[in-house]
Design a binder for this molecule. Structure first.
Ligand code: ZN
Length: 387
């Protein structure tokens, strides 16, 4: 196993997680093609800069209409301006915020912190938010949903989202930025408007989870464990000692704890048949299947065929793999009685919320779901192992 120095390559700016700047570059509106938009200086003043030359200045509250022309020019309020590459939209204060909207309402209006780069492509712009790391994380946590939880829950979530961002810091480096704003990386919809989330992010600034070999841990989470978490290797094949299946009483009774799905018996027969089980039309089977504790495979009678529950979850669009099957032969239906919501590996968000309400601090919450990890400040890690 080799040790690598933490050296983040120079990006748009020389941003580094270990340096004071602590910025991250995130492609925004990554799933949209953006050829024109309005840009408002929501907080502070913004300069639109082409290689040190100020093309236009937006004072606080002012809006400009920006339109793609070609790779060498763009229009600002209908005036053609020639450019020599990527344009920097730079705020004059640390708290600067800008708002982007589509005149034709082709994409959602959103407000972002700090700066943005406009990179001309063939017919559109790639928009890259150069944002303070904690501002980014607060936005990610807010985009995850829910603004009414306890601060210790948000602190735990901040540590997980930060660990993910550090672990995958180079995911889009070949495209000129760190992460995108879609679920491919972490969903991000701009500036956080919930004070308690921003406070939780600041309070844990720099804290990440690492394993016993000082590697940034796989900081996975989902909505509800259904009362038992899942081994990482049962889902992804990657065996991490800190992602072990364990009882999780904190998730019980929360909104995502239980679910049910009723399927006509004939559809269930066809599904099992399609998956390679031996099912005869003429036989009245008992389709009952019990899963008192989490299992990896579905079995039908004594047949050798094993079907991975994660495959069934995906095929049948189930909330979790933790379900039993009840058969009602008089109604000719089977009912899947399930527990949990999501993949089950790592932290249960609803369980973590319950723990926070019961006065567990964020480090206790993390240690409950990630057995034997260490909480470290990224600035104190002079090096770590990359798998
Ligand atoms: Zn991505």
């Amino acid at each position: 196993m080799k040790y690598f120095q933490i050296v983040f390559l120079p990006l748009l700016l020389c941003c580094s997680l270990v340096a004071q700047a602590q910025n991250i570059t995130v492609r925004i509106y990554a799933d949209r093609s953006v050829s024109e938009f309005t840009l408002t200086a929501t907080e502070g003043r913004y300069d639109i800069i082409d290689k040190e030359k100020i093309l236009y200045t937006l004072n606080e509250g002012e809006t400009a209409h920006i339109k793609f022309a070609n790779s060498k020019s763009l229009k600002i309020n209908d005036t053609l301006r020639s450019i020599r590459g990527m344009v920097h939209v730079r705020g004059n204060v640390q708290s600067a915020k800008f708002t982007i909207a589509s005149p034709q309402k082709r994409f959602a209006k959103r407000t972002y912190d700090n700066d943005v780069f406009l990179r001309p492509e063939e017919n559109t712009f790639t928009l890259i938010n150069d944002v303070g790391f904690d501002n980014y994380l607060a936005g990610v946590i807010e985009a995850e949903g829910g603004s009414k939880a306890h601060i210790e829950y948000y602190k735990a979530q901040a540590v997980l989202c930060r660990s993910y961002a550090v672990r995958y810091f180079k995911k889009h480096l070949h495209e000129g930025y760190n992460l995108c704003d879609g679920v491919h990386c972490q969903a991000f919809k701009g500036s956080c408007k919930t004070a308690v989330i921003s406070e939780a992010t600041r309070a844990t600034s720099g804290i990440v989870i690492v394993d016993s070999a000082q590697r940034i841990a796989s900081a996975t989470f989902y909505a509800n464990s259904g009362g038992q978490t899942v081994n990482s290797e049962d889902l992804w094949g990657g065996d991490h000692y800190y992602l072990r299946s364990k009882p999780d009483p904190y998730s019980e009774g929360r909104p995502g704890y239980a679910w049910e799905k009723t399927i006509p018996e004939k559809d269930w027969r066809m599904y099992l048949l399609a998956k390679g089980f031996f099912v005869l039309d003429t036989v009245n089977y008992d389709f009952t299947f019990n899963q008192p504790e989490r299992m990896k495979y579905f079995k039908f009678y004594e047949q050798d065929k094993l079907l991975e529950l994660k495959t069934m979850r995906s095929d049948l669009q189930l909330r979790s793999t933790f379900f039993s099957v009840q058969h009602d032969s008089s109604c000719h239906t089977v009912t899947l009685k399930g527990k949990g919501y999501g993949h089950g590996v790592g932290l249960s968000q609803e369980g973590a919320m319950a723990m926070a309400e019961q006065n567990f601090t964020y480090d206790k919450i993390i240690h409950f779901y990630f057995t034997g990890v260490l909480l470290k400040n990224i600035n104190t890690l002079s090096f770590y192992k990359i798998e």
